[in-house]
Design a protein around this ligand. Structure first.
Ligand code: C2O
Length: 355
């Protein structure tokens, strides 16, 4: 395979938000360069203090206030400067463009999911999102909290997202996520009758299975599909599918249900690629997905990044917090400390939940 090049303006067209009868949606970034070859590769700003991402269920009032302020400033841009790449909806549209078929590369739809681009794409996406939030509140150490769903204390919607009327709240969520309900990390919608305690312990066993048993080497966690000729892997064995997707489905409205205005749900917000980024909890969810990549490498054995150049040299396009366009490479996102951030450690009790 050849590396996937960064998309450019001519490669962006109309996206599709459903697989049934096609529903078109426009999400190409305004101001996207015509000639991507002319766009510089991103260089990390010289070392400042590491941004430390905290578990969202345990953040202090100061961070909650900053986070709310940053998100509300970003939301304000939707009305005052909606073509700004920093605006809330433009940030959400990044996910739509890369995931709902807006970009065509070499005549083929670019899709960063179900592939070895999944982890690096979302890492870069959050990287810039976090810097933009920090810039909006003038805090170069601002770090996105992570939704610590792999720990019993984090297996519910983090309370900071459940405060109606705040910037972190989203109306387009399933009501089942409210008021501290414990989630089932393995469910695609079905509900099993069980106790909270049992659910938590099932979740820990599931995490062990996905991170340890099912992921002994890179082929099994990071790089399926594009290398599918090398392996026969059931998709549900990957972290990308479980628990990543169940969390999306659990938070979003049920597909086919009705919104108060009478329109039909396509899973908004979290349950559809095009709208997932419209729920602030998306970035918090992906912060933990990203953390799992680090945690996985720490388990040891053959759990390390690969050296295939078609992966390392694949590229994405992003605007930074100063609205400058950049190309970024997979090879430059393998170490979060080099990128200027890290995760506040939390115990990983799933490591003791070998079935
Ligand atoms: Cu790009 Cu959680 O999906």
């Amino acid at each position: 395979a050849t590396p996937i090049p960064a998309p450019n303006a001519p490669s962006c067209g109309t996206a599709t938000i459903s697989d049934g009868p096609e529903v078109p949606y426009t999400c190409c970034p305004p101001g996207m360069p015509e000639d991507i070859e002319k766009i510089l590769y991103y260089k990390f700003p010289s070392a400042t203090k590491l941004r430390i991402r905290q578990p969202a269920h345990a953040v202090d009032e100061e961070l909650i206030a900053k986070y709310n302020l940053a998100i509300s400033k970003m939301r304000e841009l939707d009305t005052t400067d909606h073509f700004s790449p920093l605006a809330f909806k433009q940030q959400a549209n990044i996910h739509c463009a890369y995931c709902n078929g807006a970009y065509k590369i070499g005549g083929k739809e670019l899709q960063v999911h179900n592939s070895w681009l999944f982890f690096p794409f979302h890492r870069w996406y959050l990287y810039f999102y976090e810097r933009i939030l920090g810039k909006l509140i003038d805090d170069p150490t601002f770090a996105l909290p992570y939704w610590n769903w792999d720990h019993p204390k984090g297996m519910r919607l983090p309370p900071i997202f459940d405060r109606q009327g705040t910037a972190l709240y989203d109306e387009r969520r399933s009501t089942q996520v409210r008021n501290g309900t414990v989630m089932d990390l393995g469910s695609f919608g079905d509900k099993v009758q069980t106790t909270q305690l049992q659910l938590m312990s099932n979740n820990l066993t599931l995490m062990y299975r996905q991170m340890v048993t099912n992921a002994p080497c890179p082929l099994f966690i990071l790089w399926r599909t594009l290398r599918s000729w090398e392996i026969t892997l059931k998709p549900q064995e990957t972290v990308e599918v479980i628990p990543h997707i169940p969390v999306h489905i659990w938070v979003g409205t049920a597909r086919g249900s009705k919104f108060p205005d009478g329109s039909t749900s396509y899973g908004e917000d979290m349950g559809n690629f095009y709208s997932a980024g419209l729920d602030p909890v998306f970035y918090c969810h992906h912060s933990n997905v990203d953390r799992m990549w680090n945690e996985w490498k720490q388990i040891g054995g053959k759990r390390r990044d690969i050296s295939q150049r078609d992966w390392l040299n694949s590229e994405f396009f992003f605007f930074d917090e100063n609205k400058n366009p950049y190309r970024v490479r997979v090879r430059d996102c393998l170490d979060t400390k080099t990128m200027g951030y890290d995760y506040a450690p939390m115990p990983t009790p799933w490591r003791n939940f070998k079935p």
